[in-house]
Ligand binder design. Structure first.
Ligand code: ADP
Length: 892
């Protein structure tokens, strides 16, 4: 058989899945899975694809489905050689993967299975777990038909069946091989006493040998019928991590119909499987199988069709979906203790919240009865991605495409993880050193040492917590951008049901106790409670605690001393005008320590990831308003430009002759630490160029003074009024941040964001040129390049760079400090001031756009009261925006 023929046959997903399910599980890392996949590895088309593109690699040697190639290629991944399991970022396998392979994965790699998922994907294990939970939580776990595992529970099954007969209840049962698939070996029995204890040798459905472990289950005799046919739903669920658990539901799927009109087995003679089974793999053999013209006809239809069909018949469709989603979440919660235990055993060095190397797309088979109650029939851990019909292709490609996007696999992941590992080991080293220091100072009080150790431990805990929160915020933000049909169902948005699920999870952990490890010990339960609690401390609170902890630690380690550069840290204005969102900044001493390149966990996390994001945006979108955001997006760019009608690309600057302008002009070069150590380089610009470090620092200080003198000029308002307006915004910061976030991150496009930053850029540049020696090349100066870096950083990731500064993120600082020649303290102070100016500028533009939408708003009005919704009025009166800066000294 040619490889082409083989692939065509392989694309009959369902068939092949059965074949592979029967084959022993061979590690994909050793090269292959099934005979078919080994041979198809030589497929010309794959070879061609493999060499076509570069970039993030995927190893697809263990899948036979074409649309997985397609989905991966659409994302721009390249396909790696079959035997390469080291370079690919993504490894896809149609079969489960042994735990040792998961342990071997590098932190940036992703594989499409979790160890332990067989606890719900094998029929007998699912039924055992559900039975255990039904005993402890009978109200919650009642969505699987009653099931007995054979041969072990055969006698109890017989007894049950006889008792039913005695009271005249005629019930049918369905018999299934424990590890079967695609309807193989399934039989329906009208009389329980006829069910064989050990299966039927060669006598099952299709001549399959049904001996071996099996289950027998109550048959749902009154299913929902569509045009007289029995049906079931294939629903896709994505699990992206188990530590902590994150689960998504795909808002589309397949409705699969049987091919013979349905009748209760007790009431008809025919027991053909075309009537009772809804599997495609069974029914496609029927002469009645209909390939529909669209999603609403034929034997395979869309979920959208089902919704319309039910709505027309006055069923409560939203309630049905709530029940289905409840079933999905509870099923995943049922397997969570196993997932967590296995995952932690495989990846002991991965702290909770770190990127999961495993993900899984599950296919849930759900049967609806005539009252629309959903019953869980089966969970497929390798749902078929065969795409014989257009509807398969549409739905399955959609699932794959969005799932892979949600994973957010980026080429930078490898370096990011390597970096994080390096920092981790450095930290371990430092810890070792500090112990050494302790030994040296044994004359110190033991108590003092203990206290210090406690503080260090506390600091590490807080840093880890903070890093985790930030990662979660990053993920949430990515999810908001990516999700179209996937919707996160755990943790959910609804606080009440989330609390209910957390309680349920704790109870499930208690009931299932899968041995040691991440079992149900009190420690684990407490950890889980904290992990999923809706009352978790927020980033700001953690920053606050961390700052206090740092302070205490510092006091403990050395007596406080005056620091000459303290003034430079924040500048005069910064100290006088601490902003509400900066009140949790670590004290200056802490910041200074950071600037000496001791990166904390959260900094590493931040700096390692360009997408760092403050959870305030999530507030904006989640609490504040998903709808608002959607609306803002829907309004489109036109309207946005209406709100920011003429942010001039040549922003205005009131260049009054400032009395504070220094008379002497110098080039701002060589103030860096590196410059200090090596002496100032020759000044190409013709500036001082003397190697006089002191002079360079003085110059930087003057620059800082100048920047501190700069203040925002609100169009049409005096300086005091402008200050008041900003102060009003600061006072109500908690209330207003959602609006500001929505405005900056969702409302403005990249162009407009750049224009806002350009206002500051131009003014800072003008200030710089005041200090500059004429004829010198300003653009070449170090400070100028530093500022450019800061501006770029603030605009990075769709403006999240600037937004993160409102949430106390110092990721831009970390980025500067990681430079080969990190900035000196005076330079850093200048950069900090520039960041403040950018914040002021954004707030002013935000307020101005609000006021232009509601011109009657008072100067001192709380920004939260500003109407942001007067589009029509706006069009009529668009005032021109001339936000700019001026020098304090020049204000009358
Ligand atoms: P397989 O993994 O072999 O496909 P399933 O458990 O999915 O086995 O069952 C196959 C089909 O049999 C289902 O799609 C459903 O239509 C039908 N079925 C399974 N269990 C029941 C049940 N308890 N009551 C009614 N129909 C069932």
């Amino acid at each position: 058989m040619s490889s082409g023929q083989r692939r065509r046959q392989a694309s009959d997903g369902a068939e092949e899945a059965a074949v592979s399910a029967r084959l022993p599980q061979v590690s994909p890392h050793r090269g292959l899975l099934t005979g078919a996949s080994v041979e198809s590895a030589g497929d010309d088309r794959r070879q061609h694809r493999r060499h076509r593109r570069r970039g993030v690699g995927a190893n697809l040697s263990a899948t036979k489905f074409d649309i997985i190639y397609l989905a991966v290629e659409r994302l721009g991944f390249s396909v790696c050689p079959d035997e390469d399991f080291v370079t690919p970022y993504l490894i896809w396998s149609d079969l489960g993967v042994p735990p040792d392979r998961i342990s071997e994965l590098r932190a940036h790699q992703r594989i499409n299975h979790f160890p332990g998922m067989s606890e719900i994907s094998r029929k007998d294990l699912l039924s055992r777990n559900m039975a255990k939970l039904a005993r402890v939580l009978p109200k919650e776990y009642k969505f699987t038909p009653r099931t007995w595992c054979l041969p072990g529970e055969y006698s109890s099954f017989l007894q049950h069946s006889r008792e039913l007969r005695k009271v005249g209840k005629l019930r049918s049962f369905i018999y299934k091989p424990a590890n079967g698939a695609m309807g193989h070996g399934i039989r329906i029995y009208k009389n329980g006493e006829q069910v064989p204890c050990n299966g039927v040798s060669g006598g099952g459905n299709g001549g399959f040998d049904t001996t071996g472990p099996a289950i027998v289950q109550e048959y749902i005799a009154k299913p929902l019928l569509i045009d007289g046919f029995k049906c079931d739903l294939r629903i896709y669920v994505l699990v992206t991590s188990c530590d902590p658990l994150r689960v998504y539901f795909y808002n589309d799927g397949l409705l699969r119909l049987s091919t013979e009109k349905y009748a209760d087995p007790q009431k008809c003679e025919s027991d053909t499987l075309y009537m009772h089974l809804t599997n495609y793999s069974v029914n496609k053999r029927s002469e009645n199988y209909a390939k529909g013209d669209d999603d609403s006809t034929g034997s395979k239809r869309s979920i959208r069709f089902l919704n319309e069909y039910l709505q027309k018949r006055d069923y409560d469709v939203p309630l049905m979906w709530r029940n289905i989603i409840d079933l999905l979440v509870k099923t995943i919660i049922a397997v969570q203790p196993h997932l967590l235990q296995h995952y932690r055993m495989c990846r002991p060095a991965s702290p909770p919240g770190s990127d999961s190397v495993c993900f899984e797309i599950l296919g849930f088979d759900v049967l609806l009865d005539h009252k629309l109650k959903p019953w869980l029939v089966e969970v497929n851990r390798s749902p078929s991605f065969g795409a014989e019909q257009p509807i398969d292709r549409r739905v399955k490609l959609g699932v794959l495409d969005e799932a892979l996007r949600l994973l957010n696999i980026r080429a930078s992941d490898r370096a990011r993880h390597a970096n994080a590992q390096k920092v981790q080991s450095q930290r371990r080293l430092m810890r070792g050193r500090s112990n050494g220091a302790e030994n040296q100072h044994q004359h110190q009080h033991l108590q003092q040492l203990q206290r210090e150790r406690e503080l260090v431990r506390r600091r590490e805990e807080l840093q880890a917590q903070l890093a985790r929160l930030r990662r979660e915020a990053d993920r949430d933000e990515h999810e908001i951008r990516t999700c179209r049909l996937f919707r996160r169902i755990f943790p959910g948005d609804d606080r009440v049901s989330q609390e209910r699920y957390v309680k349920l999870m704790l109870a499930v952990f208690g009931a299932l106790t899968p041995g040691r490890g991440a079992g149900s010990g009190a420690g684990t339960l407490k950890e889980l409670e904290e992990q999923y609690s809706c009352e978790r401390p927020r980033q700001e609170e953690l920053m606050d605690q961390l700052a206090r902890c740092e302070e205490q630690l510092q006091q403990h380690q050395q007596p406080p001393s005056a620091d000459a550069s303290g003034k430079l840290q924040n500048g005069r204005q910064h100290q006088n005008h601490r902003r509400p969102w900066q009140r949790h900044h670590p004290p200056q001493s802490v910041q200074r320590r950071q600037s000496s390149l001791t990166l904390s966990a959260d900094e590493v996390d931040d700096s390692a990831d360009d997408d760092s994001f403050d959870d305030d945006y999530n507030d904006a979108v989640e609490s504040g308003d998903r709808q608002t955001e959607a609306k803002l997006e829907a309004e489109g760019a036109d309207d946005a430009s209406g709100r920011l009608p003429s942010v001039s690309s040549t922003p205005t600057l009131t260049t009054s002759t400032s009395t504070t302008t220094p008379r002497r002009r110098h080039t701002v070069v060589a103030a860096s630490g590196a410059g200090r150590s090596r002496g100032v380089q020759a000044d190409r610009s013709g500036g001082i160029g003397t190697g006089d470090q002191q002079e360079a620092e003085q110059l930087c200080r003057r620059m800082l003074d100048q920047l501190n003198e700069l203040c925002i000029r609100f169009p049409g308002k005096s300086a005091q009024q402008a200050e008041q307006v900003l102060a009003g915004l600061h006072q109500n910061w908690r209330q207003n941040k959602a609006l500001v976030a929505g405005y900056w991150l969702a409302k403005l496009d990249a162009d407009k964001r750049r224009k806002v930053i350009d206002i500051v850029r131009q003014n800072v540049r003008a200030t710089l040129s005041r200090c500059w020696r004429s004829g010198a090349d300003l653009d070449e100066s170090r400070i100028c390049r530093l500022f450019d870096r800061v501006f770029a950083r603030l605009l990075s990731s769709n403006g999240q760079g600037l937004w993160a500064t409102f949430g106390n993120s110092a990721s831009w600082e970390s980025a500067l400090l990681r430079m080969r020649e990190p900035p000196s303290l005076p330079e850093l102070a200048c950069c900090r001031r520039v960041v403040q100016l950018c914040q002021d500028c954004l707030l002013t533009v935000f307020l101005f756009s609000g006021q232009s939408a509601a011109p009657s708003a008072d100067v001192g009005a709380s920004p939260s009261t500003l109407s942001r919704d007067s589009g029509s009025q706006l069009k009529r009166e668009r005032p021109s925006l001339s936000v700019g800066f001026t020098y304090r000294a020049s204000l009358g």
